[in-house]
Design a protein around this ligand. Structure first.
Ligand SMILES: Nc1ncnc2c1ncn2[C@@H]1O[C@H](COP(=O)(O)OP(=O)(O)OP(=O)(O)O)[C@@H](O)[C@H]1O
Length: 721
């Protein structure tokens, strides 16, 4: 094996009585393209010793000498298994063992005082060489001479790593190549382009085979691709399954490589090999039906994707990468029949390069397939969640006014009309908009909500219509507006009554089907959006006061849905309260909870200025404060009126505006608590919190938001009183 650096190696099979001269001249069977090499530098020749036939190396009076295991030889020297030769800057290894052929070359550390490659300072103490003039030391007698094929095999091997990028840039140091090889880059380029377009592994395989045929006309070619099962079987010593694809020119028949050659090539980091002069060698080729080995040369190349490590992978990820790197995903096997020209080292490099390009292509296809699979899974999950969501988005309630809302939703949802949803704060206007979206034909498109009250005029304009980069200070990049984002779906404009008159004009144009421009932009953008607007304001009154555009009002008010306040929904309060109770109890794992009749009475009597939002908060707080172990024994825990902390009313509402503005506690209606002083009410709450923490005062003081010392003080005071 002739190594050049760690990259690739040419190994030449020695056989017969021939003398294998090594040198710069291309008339040598082993050519070393180096100025350090003499024209005829050295010779490997067969010899007979008392222990049997051997191979020996002779320095042919070269200028720079020959070293065996880093010692310069002065006489013919018998070669032993794994001897390392240094000739003219090249490293050569002598081996009889085909299993070593696929291993990367191992460099010997240089021996102090050994000759340098250019021969200067050559030293030979003559102590370690077996040489033909001295006693025979037949170190090679234990080698595989049992089948009578003890000649050294000469094979080329290439480390398959990133070679594609360097293809045809490295000169071939050991052989004068066939001139037709110089065109090889064209089939490789053509293959790279074709693989870029390929959509299946089969297509990639056919492309690779076509390229290999072009690169090595007249050869038989087998392509093997291993799935996980085949890989495992192979590593356990099973034979090769039939090749995935085969090319056999007329008059030839493809035969699988022999098992001894397969095992080493399946090992981690194995290199591709080229064996020439194979005729009659059962270790390198499989016999034909007549029992003969009629093969001139072979190439066996593992297919292994080049995995570039980023260096920042987690250890597990790195190990997976290394495993992936070490196991071949397949094999390319090429043979030339006896009597035909042998395969060349350049062809070997081209096979390896083609294999690498092929591996990258199939990896992309695998990745794409796995991405498509996970995309499909995600889409299925999304549509399941959408269906679940649509099922959950139900406007709960059996009261007359809410039934009317449900009916209106069912009527408008399938249409493209603009809808105006009106109602007090927290009645469920956004829920209504969401129900319209999910019950309509746009349900698979986006639902985008924008609160017009939350933003300044300029920001709202840019949120609605987007902006171009540099449109204003801070517009560091282009941004799509909600009208673009919601395309194909629904845009809910909450608190539309708070929009400035300028923007109202711009909005009207879009609602009338005109295109719009992003802020600072010129290009018109057309969008396909259904608009649902919502407000707690009386837009009609605003129109009269000239604070809302009349034309926009009529454009928005195509269909109006008025969501009633909770206080007008009768028993719906209890229905909703129970709905929230069960869903919070479930999400907080609080077991089975129910309201006492007193609690229900309290819920029903309250005016609910904050509407459903307020009700939801009251129930959520009651569930949070309910005992942690509720339901552990399967018993139903009852929530009493005391557990429902209905607190300060913030903001006016029609029904209880007077109470709200006077800042009174909203449960002023709740006669149960009317007799209690604030101190008593506080102590009741403290006791309940303490109960819920199992008497843990530190946790109770945290929940209550007071210092532990304050809690102690209050408890002491209560005891005294
Ligand atoms: N009928 C209902 N069934 C179930 N939940 C409801 C119902 N109505 C309202 N809710 C709940 O009440 C809360 C407030 O609802 P939503 O945000 O839709 O009200 P809104 O009228 O849009 O409020 P705002 O005026 O503040 O925008 C939400 O948590 C919503 O899920």
């Amino acid at each position: 094996m002739v190594h050049r650096g760690m990259r690739w190696t040419d190994v030449i099979r020695l056989s017969g009585d021939m003398r294998w001269t090594i040198g710069r001249s291309s008339s040598n069977p082993i050519v070393l393209r180096s100025a350090q090499s003499s024209r005829q530098h050295a010779e490997i020749r067969p010899a007979i010793t008392p222990d049997g036939p051997v191979w020996a190396i002779v320095d042919l009076n070269s200028r720079n000498g020959v070293q065996v295991n880093s010692r310069r030889i002065k006489a013919p020297t018998v070669l032993k298994e794994a001897d390392q030769l240094q000739i003219a800057g090249f490293e050569l290894t002598f081996t009889r063992n085909p299993a070593t052929l696929t291993r990367p070359p191992v460099r010997l550390p240089s021996v102090p005082g050994a000759a340098s490659p250019n021969g200067s300072g050559a030293v030979d103490d003559g102590a370690t060489q077996d040489n033909l003039g001295g006693d025979w030391q037949s170190d090679c007698s234990d080698d595989d001479g049992d089948n009578g094929e003890s000649e050294v095999d000469v094979v080329s091997q290439i480390m398959s790593s990133g070679l594609a990028g360097r293809i045809n840039r490295e000169p071939n140091p050991t052989r004068v190549e066939n001139s037709s090889d110089s065109d090889a880059v064209d089939p490789l380029l053509a293959m790279a382009f074709a693989l870029g377009r390929a959509e299946s592994i089969e297509e990639c395989g056919e492309t690779l085979m076509q390229t290999l045929e072009d690169l090595m006309p007249g050869s038989t070619i087998g392509l093997y691709l291993f799935d996980a099962e085949q890989k495992a079987a192979l590593l356990e010593g099973a034979g090769l399954a039939p090749p995935r694809l085969v090319r056999q020119p007329a008059g030839t028949r493809y035969r699988r490589p022999p098992t001894p050659l397969i095992q080493p090539i399946l090992q981690p980091q194995s290199a591709a090999i080229l064996a020439r002069n194979v005729l009659g060698d059962r270790r390198l080729a499989t016999e034909n039906t007549a029992g003969e080995i009629d093969v001139e040369s072979i190439i066996l190349a593992p297919l292994r994707p080049v995995v570039s490590e980023r260096g920042d992978e987690a250890p597990a990820e790195r190990n997976a990468l290394l495993r992936e790197k070490s196991l071949p995903v397949g094999l390319v096997h090429v043979t030339t029949p006896a009597g035909k020209p042998a395969l060349t080292a350049n062809q070997l490099r081209n096979v390896v390069a083609a294999g690498e390009i092929f591996c990258q292509a199939i990896r992309s296809i695998h990745r794409e397939a796995s991405l498509t699979r996970s995309l499909k899974k995600s889409e299925a999950v999304i549509s399941r969640l959408r269906r679940q969501l649509a099922g959950r988005i139900q406007i709960l309630g059996n009261s007359e006014p809410i039934r009317l809302v449900q009916q209106q939703i069912a009527q408008v949802a399938p249409t493209p009309s603009v809808v105006l949803v009106r109602g007090e704060s927290g009645v469920g206007k956004e829920l209504v908009a969401s129900a319209i979206h999910h019950a309509g034909p746009r349900r698979d498109g986006p639902l985008v909500c924008l609160n017009c009250a939350a933003l300044s005029k300029d920001l709202l304009e840019s949120e609605l219509f987007g902006h171009e980069e540099g449109a204003f200070t801070g517009a560091t990049q282009q941004k799509r507006g909600k009208f673009e984002v919601a395309s194909g779906g629904t845009l809910m404009l909450d608190e539309i009554g708070e929009m400035s008159l300028d923007l109202q004009a711009k909005l009207l144009r879009v609602l009338e089907g005109h295109p719009f421009e992003r802020v600072g932009g010129q290009s018109p953008i057309q969008t396909d959006v259904r608009v649902v607007a919502a407000t707690h304001r009386d837009l009609r009154a605003m129109v009269e006061q000239k604070t809302f555009r009349e034309d926009l009002f009529y454009r928005l008010n195509v269909v109006e849905i008025l969501v009633p306040p909770l206080r007008e929904r009768g028993r719906d309060v209890i229905l909703l309260a129970n709905h929230f109770l069960h869903s919070f109890a479930e999400s907080m794992a609080r077991g089975r909870l129910k309201f006492t009749s007193l609690a229900e009475k309290k819920l029903q009597r309250h005016r609910w200025p904050g509407n459903v939002r307020e009700l939801r908060n009251v129930i959520e707080r009651a569930v949070v404060m309910s005992p942690m172990d509720a339901g552990g024994d399967g018993n139903v825990i009852e929530l009493d009126a005391d557990d429902l902390l209905i607190t300060l009313v913030a903001g006016p509402s029609k029904g209880n505006a007077s109470k709200a503005s006077s800042g009174k506690v909203s449960e002023a209606d709740d006669s149960d608590d009317l007799e209690l002083s604030l101190a008593e009410l506080e102590m009741r709450h403290i006791r309940r919190v303490l109960e819920s923490t199992g008497g843990n005062k530190s946790r109770a003081s945290m929940i209550l938001g007071i210092e532990r010392s304050t809690l102690d003080r209050k408890l002491k005071k209560a005891q005294k009183d």
